[in-house]
Design a binder for this molecule. Structure first.
Ligand SMILES: [Zn+2]
Length: 136
């Protein structure tokens, strides 16, 4: 079976992947306007400042939208269909594509509260995924 594609770790994104390896979600936060941003970028999409720090976020958010893939688009995922791809809006504002685990696809709902979980895939890569979070 084909290996699943993994993110390429670069100097720019290394702090993100080092944090997930340690069970932490860290995003860039602009030092000029305090806004968190994701995807990873050299400059702030709001104020264009290049000055940013890597700051831990709560890992909590809500399902903004989702799809369930039934079609095999990549051989490495042929045993996984049907699987979900979810757009999570983090409490800190940024959106992140991921998967929701620990729940049937038919139970997914927009606005469902979720919290991050970490799945170690290789020595270098630990992927952030999300699980439903009750009582929010
Ligand atoms: Zn900014």
């Amino acid at each position: 079976m084909a290996d699943k594609p993994l993110p390429t770790i670069t100097d720019e994104n290394r702090p993100f992947w080092e944090a997930t390896r340690h069970g932490e979600l860290r995003l860039q936060r602009c030092r000029q306007c305090d806004r968190y941003r994701y995807p990873i970028a050299a400059s702030c999409p709001r104020c264009l400042s290049l000055d940013a720090e890597w700051a831990a976020v709560s890992g909590r958010g809500r399902v903004f939208s989702y799809v369930v893939f039934h079609q095999v688009y990549h051989q490495a995922f042929k045993d996984d269909v049907p699987y979900n791809v979810v757009l999570v809006r983090l409490d800190e504002g940024p959106f992140m594509f991921s998967n929701v685990v620990g729940v049937g696809n038919e139970q997914l709902r927009c606005d469902m509260p979720v919290t991050v979980v970490f799945e170690r895939v290789t020595d270098e890569v630990t992927l952030p995924r999300f699980r439903p979070e009750d009582n929010r």
